[in-house]
Design a protein around this ligand. Structure first.
Ligand SMILES: NC(=O)C1=CN([C@@H]2O[C@H](COP(=O)(O)OP(=O)(O)OC[C@H]3O[C@@H](n4cnc5c(N)ncnc54)[C@H](O)[C@@H]3O)[C@@H](O)[C@H]2O)C=CC1
Ligand SMILES: O=C(CO)COP(=O)(O)O
Length: 333
C-alpha cells in the first residue's frame, strides 16, 4: 500500500517508521529544512532523538497535492489545531483518510457565548462530509512504538474501508490494531484522558499519594464515560483501549506530555512556562475548556475537568484545586 503521513512530529514519524517495514511510506514535513535533516541524518532529532529511521522510509516536503494524488491511505499526524485545515485540503480525496490527533478543537477565549469546539469526526462532517475518514487512537507513546515495543491501537471509523486500511497498514510487528465503529467514543476517550492526565500529574507533583491518583483515574473514567454517552457513544468503548487503556497510560506514564504539564504546574511554574519547556503539543491544555463547555451544555457533571480548567485559567491555585475536589458533597458511586 502507498501511505502518506502528513506531519513529522513524534507520532507521525513513529507510525511512518512502523509501516515502512511492509508498505511504501512517505512522511511529509511542512518545514523543508526539517525534512532534509530527517532524510540525510535518518533521525528525527527534535521529536524522536536517538532512534534511526528505516532506510525504506522516504521523507518529503513541498508539493503535497502530487503526493496526495498518489497515496492509497493518507494519515494526518498533526495536532488537533491543524486538523480542520488538513481535512479541508483533503475533502475531495477518494482514498481512506485517518487522523492521529487526540482532542476537541480549542475554543478561542473571545468566541461568542454558546459556541463550542468539536471532535475530529464532527470537524470532518463539517468540512469534508464525503470523505471516508477515521481516527487511529489508543494507548501509545511514540517513543515506544518507534522502538517496536508491543502496543495495541484502535482504528475507529463508521466506514469499513477505513478501518480495514488502517489495520492493513499498521497491524503487525509488535503492533496490534483493533477495529471499532464507535468513532465518537474513541475520540472522547482520547481527548478527555489528556485533561485527566494533567490532573494526575498535578496530584503526583503535589505528593498527594497513590490513593489519590487511583481515585482520579477511576472518577475520571466515570466522567469521561458520562460525556461520551451523552454525545452518543457506547459505554463499552470506555472500557477499551481508547478509554481505560489510554487513561491509565497517560495518567501514570512519565512519557506523557499532558502529565508533565501537571507535574510542572505543581512545581509552581506558570502554564506558559510549562508549555514552553515541554516543546511538544499537550492537547489537554487546549481541549480542557471545550470538554467542560460540551459537558455543561449537555448537563453532564465533570468535576475533575472543571478543576483542571480552573487551574489552567488561573482561577484556582493547585492547593485550591485539591480542596475543591475533596470538599464536594458525598454522593453515590
Ligand atoms: N506523541 C505521542 O506519543 C502521541 C501523540 N498523539 C497525538 O498525535 C497528535 C500529534 O502529536 P505529536 O506527534 O506527539 O506532536 P509533536 O508536537 O511531536 O509534533 C507535531 C508536528 O505537527 C507538525 N504540524 C503542526 N501543524 C502542522 C500543519 N498544519 N501541517 C503539517 N505539519 C504540522 C509540527 O511541525 C510537528 O512536526 C496530537 O494530537 C497528539 O495528541 C497520539 C498518540 C501518541
Ligand atoms: O496519547 C498519548 C499516549 O497514548 C500521548 O500522550 P501525551 O500527549 O500526554 O504525551
Amino acid at each position: 500500500m502507498k501511505i502518506l503521513v502528513i506531519g513529522a512530529g513524534a507520532w507521525g514519524t513513529a507510525l511512518a517508521m512502523h509501516a515502512a517495514a511492509r508498505h511504501s511510506v512517505q512522511l511529509w514535513a511542512r518545514d523543508a529544512q526539517q525534512a532534509s535533516q530527517l532524510q540525510t541524518s535518518r533521525e528525527n532529532q527534535r521529536y524522536l532523538p536517538g532512534i534511526r529511521l528505516p532506510d525504506a522510509l522516504e521523507v518529503r516536503s513541498g508539493d503535497l497535492p502530487a503526493l496526495v494524488a498518489q497515496a492509497e491511505l493518507i494519515v494526518l499526524g498533526t495536532p488537533m489545531a491543524a486538523l480542520r485545515s488538513g481535512l479541508a485540503m483533503l475533502r475531495d480525496c477518494q482514498v481512506p483518510v485517518a487522523w492521529l490527533s487526540k482532542g476537541f478543537e480549542a475554543v478561542p477565549a473571545d468566541a461568542p457565548a454558546g459556541s463550542h469546539g468539536l471532535l475530529g469526526n464532527e470537524v470532518c462532517a463539517q468540512v469534508a462530509p464525503a470523505l471516508h475518514a477515521g481516527v487511529l487512537s489508543g494507548p501509545s507513546f511514540a517513543q515506544e512504538v518507534a522502538q517496536h515495543q508491543p502496543t495495541a491501537l484502535v482504528a475507529a471509523s463508521r466506514h469499513a474501508d477505513v478501518r480495514d486500511a488502517l489495520v492493513a497498514a499498521f497491524h503487525g510487528d509488535n503492533l496490534r490494531v483493533y477495529a471499532n465503529e464507535d468513532i465518537s467514543g474513541v475520540e472522547v476517550g482520547g481527548a478527555v484522558k489528556n485533561v485527566l492526565a494533567i490532573a494526575t500529574g498535578l496530584c503526583d507533583g503535589l505528593n498527594l499519594g497513590l490513593n489519590a491518583r487511583a481515585a482520579l483515574v477511576t472518577r475520571g473514567l466515570a466522567e469521561m464515560t458520562r460525556l461520551g454517552v451523552a454525545l452518543g457513544a457506547h459505554t463499552d468503548t470506555f472500557m477499551g483501549l481508547s478509554g481505560l487503556g489510554d487513561l491509565v497510560l497517560t495518567a501514570t506514564g512519565d512519557l506523557s506530555r499532558n502529565r508533565k504539564i501537571g507535574l510542572l504546574l505543581a512545581q509552581g511554574q506558570s502554564l506558559e512556562q510549562a508549555v514552553q519547556s515541554l516543546g511538544h503539543v499537550a492537547e489537554g491544555v487546549y481541549s480542557a475548556r471545550t470538554v467542560l463547555q460540551r459537558a455543561q451544555k449537555l448537563g453532564v457533571e465533570m468535576p475533575i475537568t472543571a478543576a483542571v480548567v480552573a487551574l489552567l485559567d488561573g482561577s484556582l491555585s493547585a492547593p485550591d484545586v485539591v480542596q475543591a475536589l475533596m470538599g464536594r458533597e458525598p454522593r453515590a458511586e
